[in-house]
Ligand binder design. Structure first.
Ligand code: SF4
Ligand code: SF4
Length: 225
């Protein structure tokens, strides 16, 4: 039985330009050069939220540290201890947070108020931020809303392990920009968020000389971001 003959397509021979890749290189350079020129000439959208930027320029990098990428509202940042109107910590040294902590990085020493035989307070309250795994269990466990992680900033890098252990005083200080009480319908994170928003807005609008001083005057001495 005669076999069936199958004809393969004839292989096209490459011309000189294809063999040297010159044409493809020119096409690549033209494409990249075009994008580069467009991004260079076109004004960048000044929308401070980079995800909302639109326009011909496709540059999406941010002018760090003057600009910050948006942070999720439930971002777990640096711890803070909330305090009462009279400046005392809300913490009653119940050890719930340190018991819940899987990294065993919270140390508490309880003391008693002289004028109150029942309520306790933390004589010592320390968190080792190098051991912390940022799980948020301590915040969930606290019955007094005394510890929060809504500062929107992370523990600072350090060359000294000792400075990564945050004391009670430092943790309370982290709450100062927010104030002793949390206003109704507004939690600490959104207040910090609006503060950050205000800072970025001012940066964007006031790039004139002296704008830094105005910003300092408006936001107060605390420049923490
Ligand atoms: S976030 Fe988690 S690991 Fe860090 S202190 Fe709280 S409970 Fe411990
Ligand atoms: S921070 Fe909250 S959970 Fe931890 S000891 Fe104080 S009151 Fe208890």
């Amino acid at each position: 039985m005669p076999g069936r003959t199958r004809h393969l397509p004839e292989r096209k021979t490459m011309d000189l330009l294809e063999r040297t890749y010159v044409r493809e290189m020119v096409r690549g350079i033209r494409l990249i050069g075009g994008r580069w020129a467009r991004n260079l000439i076109s004004p960048r959208d000044t929308e401070h939220e980079i995800l909302d930027r639109k326009g011909p320029s496709e540059v999406t990098t941010i002018d760090y540290p003057d600009e910050r990428a948006p942070i999720s509202s439930d971002y777990r940042g640096m711890h803070r201890l909330t305090f009462r109107e009279d400046g005392r910590p809300r913490c009653v040294a119940c050890f719930m947070c340190s018991t819940a902590c899987p990294a065993n990085c919270i140390s508490i020493e309880a003391g008693e108020y002289e004028d109150d035989p029942i309520e306790k307070f933390p004589v010592l309250f320390e968190i080792d931020e190098l051991k912390c795994i940022v799980c948020g269990f301590c915040v969930e466990a606290c019955p007094k809303d005394a510890i929060r992680m809504d500062t929107r900033w992370s523990s600072r890098p350090t060359l000294d392990r000792g400075t990564a252990i945050w004391s009670k005083e430092q943790l309370i200080e982290n709450s100062r920009p927010i104030g002793p009480t949390i206003p109704e319908g507004l939690d600490g994170s959104s207040r910090l968020e609006s503060r950050e928003h205000e800072r970025l807005e001012m940066k964007r609008k006031e790039r004139a000389p002296g704008s830094e001083e105005k910003l300092e005057e408006r936001l107060g001495p605390d420049r923490r971001r």
